[in-house]
Design a protein around this ligand. Structure first.
Ligand code: 4AD
Ligand code: MG
Length: 437
């Protein structure tokens, strides 16, 4: 006798005898039979226990989330989810669970409680669907980069300098040293690796001591980062839009059931195709001002500004040419701005903003290849050259134009799934208040 998944069982002809196993999702008792919806990794199948067989004694005792293995016969029934059910003849194994502490119907009521019992809530249909989409998102990212000749590399998590500014660094106790932190981005290591492999990528956790609790910030997030030799800002636009399109297409192909369970509006995702509209920072500021938002040239865009901007477009957009003062020191300035003071310069930087109000999912751009220019920028930002000694070193021995970007994978999953909050895009989210479970 073969063990089959719920999905396989639904595809078998009537009369086949099979073994299925899983957890009790729902149970209804009638005079002549007991229905149990059994869930497993692939979905849900209905089990029917006739009251006259001794096994129905066991079925009666099963609480929600109890686990069991049964043998039975496949039979069509239009009323069953998926059109088939299994008429149970034998219970081969079972475990009667204690009363399950989550009622999925009432679940939305208290999201803090659901975070407390996250280790159990990940069994819910919603999290099941999201986790399967997330699986496909990671698969598609690897698939894209590898098909384009990027080498996968792995960079350290313990680091000793800031990439994205000191304010969000997590310091760690590292023997007797005072200068060790959790990485904010693998970027500098990827920059070093292009001198060996030219095109590299990595998918790894990044850490930010984000002091505020927002819908789109985690303290630990998954970062897909790429770096390319012989490349500039336009290449970052092309590669990031191809990557995002590839991921969205693959999810639409492989995860329709999950997206519909999440009630995702598929039409919005079907609109995603390259090239994404390109909007300069200067244009964005005038657009925002004409929409009545009071933002001055030089300021970074916050969630409100991004939401307003993305409302004007149906697809993701590239927002490029941010002021130098609004971006990290490593961004290369527009060559024509080079003689201007820092606060008037623009950078060859680009963010991708996701539509429907989701906002920034990618940040990247062209890097400074000239060692003198890099030193100047480090000084202008009030940073210490000695903290970036090896990073400056990269420019001394065969420097090349290069560019790269970082994609926040949790934010991508959040947008693709249409979630209200980033914490639902991964199983065990970390934020300012929560490191458990
Ligand atoms: O824009 P960011 O800070 O850029 C960098 O870290 C560059 N060094 C990347 C690079 O060029 N290699 O972060 C990149 C992306 C953001 O666009 C966002 O999607 C995500 O990482 N991100 C976060 N996601 C969740 N929670 C946070 N606290 C995040 N901070 C950044
Ligand atoms: Mg950014």
């Amino acid at each position: 006798m073969q063990v089959v998944s719920s999905k396989e069982a639904l595809s078998l002809p009537d009369g086949e005898t099979v073994i299925v196993r899983g957890w009790v999702y729902r149970k209804r008792e009638f005079k002549d039979k007991i229905f149990v919806l059994l869930r497993d990794r692939e979905g849900i199948i209905q089990l029917v226990f006739p009251q006259q067989i001794p096994e129905s004694q066991i079925a009666r005792k099963l609480n929600i989330e109890s686990s069991l293995i049964v043998e039975g016969m496949v039979k069509s029934d239009v009323r069953a989810p998926g059109g088939k059910e299994i008429h149970v003849s034998k219970v081969l194994w079972y475990f009667i669970g204690e009363p399950f502490p989550i009622n999925e119907y009432a679940a939305q009521a208290d999201s803090e409680y659901l975070l407390d019992v996250r280790h159990l809530w990940i069994r819910s249909r919603k999290m099941w669907a999201i986790l399967r989409v997330r699986h496909t998102v990671f698969e598609a990212i690897h698939e894209y980069f590898r098909s384009k000749g990027f080498y996968e590399v792995h960079c350290p998590i313990f680091v000793s300098s800031a990439v994205e500014g000191g304010a969000t660094l997590f310091k760690v106790r590292y023997f007797d040293r005072e200068d060790v932190y959790l990485t904010q981005s693998a970027q500098f290591y990827l920059e070093a690796l292009i001198f060996s492999l030219e095109r590299v990528y990595t998918i790894a956790p990044s850490f930010r001591a984000e002091p505020s609790r927002t819908r789109r910030h985690l303290t630990e997030f998954w970062h897909a980062e790429a770096e390319m030799a012989w490349a500039g800002m336009r290449d970052v636009m092309r590669v990031s839009e191809e990557l995002i399109t590839h991921v969205v297409r693959k999810v639409l192909e492989d995860r329709l059931e999950e997206l519909s369970l999440l009630k995702r509006n598929l039409e919005k995702l079907e609109l995603v195709k390259p090239p994404f509209p390109r909007v300069s920072y200067d244009e964005a500021i005038s657009m925002l001002n004409s929409m009545g938002l009071d933002i001055k040239w030089g300021a970074d865009l916050g969630a409100d500004e991004e939401r307003a901007l993305t409302q004007k477009f149906d697809t993701p957009i590239h927002l490029y040419g941010f002021p130098s003062v609004a971006k990290a020191f490593y961004h290369k300035d527009y060559p024509e701005d080079r003689e201007k003071p820092l606060w008037e310069r623009r950078t060859l930087s680009v963010d991708v903003l996701a539509p429907e109000g989701y906002g920034e999912i990618v940040g990247g751009g062209e890097r400074i290849e000239d060692p003198e220019e890099l030193r100047r920028k480090i000084r202008e930002f009030g940073l210490k050259e000695e903290d970036y000694q090896w990073y400056i070193d990269l420019r001394k021995y065969g420097s090349v134009p290069h560019a790269g970007f970082g994609l926040g994978v949790d934010r991508l999953v959040m947008w693709i799934c249409g979630l209200d909050h980033i914490r639902d895009s991964l199983p065990f989210p970390r934020d300012i208040r929560r490191v458990r479970p």
